[in-house]
Ligand binder design. Structure first.
Ligand code: SF4
Length: 333
């Protein structure tokens, strides 16, 4: 059974802070807030399609600060979603994203009452210096407190982090990842910073006061994060912003690539094959791997193969079902 999300975008009504990286055009009401009956209509339309393809979806209220929108409006939306889960057969959960300082025991009680199954917190960093420099308006302690409240209520926890914010460092990113692991969320999303026109980061960038991390550095760092979360059984469900013409149009700097995750996975494979080849005589080898790993092993534009060749290893890639990296010397082929 295919599992997916049906996203309902809630613009940032009542968003209490202006974060350095956030595009204010989208906040200031470019998108219309859907009424509860419009959400119901969307759910009924999409249920037909989901039932046709035999998929189930969680109804996902995304857009930033779901629990900070006016209470009456929030509960109307939740009621429409809860009815969708009860009556339409295609939905098996409700999730929302929100700010860490917009969670309380009262809020988690309401969310539970309507059957919310997962809450994602936009934590962005666990460094208080980075949070303050990016005008987040909350601290790392808010993230810890909100995470505990969500978990205690039995709702699944998701955490979102960014890399390369103003005043960020590789150490602060690794600290954020370690703190996330201590909080034991079920899922994580990782977003390298994209510097957009019209934002505070955009101004800093244009004045030459801020540059974010470089592309290579970000791939290396995010590959490490992917490995760390994987080892701790935390699913990384998104890496990098979704491909978007608007982002490409409004981007001044930072890191954006439509296949960012693939690049990180490919970096992990390069590190792993390098470790396996270490100590073996330079020369020709065949590396066998499962079909689904081949493009990651080869790398974008055969980048991994080129790196290995430069190190003295001429690699041919072969297919073997279920294999990760089986190194076979040429003489044994
Ligand atoms: S990132 Fe979230 S909290 Fe910050 S300004 Fe944007 S919508 Fe508001």
């Amino acid at each position: 059974m295919k599992q997916t999300n049906l996203s309902v975008f809630i613009p940032h009504i009542g968003c209490p802070h202006r974060c350095s990286f956030c595009d204010q055009k989208s906040i200031s009401g470019a998108a219309k807030a859907p009424a509860a009956d419009e959400v119901w209509e969307l759910l009924t339309q999409q249920a037909e399609h989901l039932n046709d393809i035999g998929a189930k979806a969680e109804i996902a209220f995304f857009g930033g600060s779901f629990t900070a929108i006016p209470r009456g409006y929030m509960t109307e939306l939740l009621e429409a979603a809860a009815r969708g889960v009860r009556e339409l057969g295609a939905y098996n959960g409700i999730r929302c994203s929100t700010r860490p300082d917009c969670i309380s025991a009262e809020i988690t009680d309401i969310l539970r009452e309507y059957g919310v199954t997962a809450v994602e917190l936009g934590a962005q960093s666990m460094s208080d210096e980075v949070l303050a420099a990016n005008e987040r308006g909350h601290t790392s302690e808010d993230v810890r407190r909100a995470s505990e409240l969500i978990k205690q209520s039995g709702i699944r926890l998701g955490l979102q982090m960014m890399t390369g914010l103003y005043k960020d460092s590789a150490e602060a990113v690794m600290y954020t990842a370690r703190e996330f692991i201590r909080l034991a969320p079920e899922t994580v999303r990782i977003y390298p910073t994209v510097i957009l026109k019209g934002t505070r980061l955009g101004e800093l960038y244009e004045r030459g006061e801020y540059r974010s991390f470089g592309f290579e550095e970000t791939v290396e760092l995010c590959a490490k994060l992917l490995r760390m979360f994987g080892r701790n059984d935390i699913a990384v469900i998104r890496m990098g912003l979704h491909a978007s013409a608007e982002v490409e149009r409004d981007m001044l700097g930072g890191v954006y690539h439509p296949a960012f995750r693939e690049l990180c996975e490919s970096r992990i494979m390069l590190e792993d094959i390098t470790a396996r080849l270490e100590g073996l005589p330079k020369g020709e080898y065949t590396v066998l791997t499962d079909k689904r790993n081949i493009s990651r092993l080869v790398g974008q534009r055969r980048g991994n193969i080129a790196v290995l060749e430069k190190a003295g290893y001429k690699i041919k890639v072969g297919e073997q079902a279920g294999a990760y990296l089986e190194v076979v010397p040429k003489t044994e082929i």
